[in-house]
Write a protein of this length. Structure first.
Length: 166
């Protein structure tokens, strides 16, 4: 973790905010430093600079976390930028805010449907896994299970021969 070496640093008895390098931030999120630079180029993040190096604080990390979460559920970086522009206060015109609000409400509706679909599919898969477990426990020993048991019996018989005292 970086420490503030500028003359504006907080006195040593006060807690200073945590700060990280781009490499530490990338490692924290398991992404590349190139991805972080790309997010900066797209205007999604604006880390501070110290001696020409990017310095990330808790706010930056929270913002990157939001970006990555939105990406995981299918948002494009342009979609994310549209959202962040509103939360950052960069969009103030009434008509533009109302247009974005309508788009956001449509997205919310799609996300809620997607969440329901995910829950249904996950439940179906969970039930299927339980059925597979049940089958494996109760199925007759045929096919692969029969060969596995035969191999195990043969292995144990030969192992016994090798360890018989002379």
């Amino acid at each position: 973790m970086l420490t503030d070496t500028t003359t504006n640093a907080a006195p040593k008895d006060q807690a200073s905010p945590a700060r990280w390098t781009i490499a530490e931030t990338a490692l924290h999120f398991d992404i590349t430093t190139r991805a972080i630079r790309f997010y900066e180029d797209k205007g999604l993040i604006s880390p501070a600079r110290a001696g020409g190096h990017r310095v990330f604080c808790d706010v930056d990390k929270g913002r990157i976390e939001k970006i990555l979460r939105a990406k995981r559920i299918g948002f494009s970086l342009d979609d994310i930028k549209e959202f962040l522009d509103v939360t950052d206060g960069d969009v103030r015109e009434r008509e533009e805010l109302l247009e974005r609000k309508a788009r956001f409400e449509a997205v919310i509706k799609r996300l809620r449907r997607k969440r329901r679909d995910i829950e249904i599919v996950a439940k179906d898969m969970q039930d299927l896994c339980a059925a597979i477990d049940n089958y494996i426990e109760t199925a007759p020993k045929t096919g692969v299970f029969q060969f596995a048991d035969a191999y195990d019996a043969m292995f144990r018989a030969r192992m016994g021969e090798d360890f018989i005292p002379v």
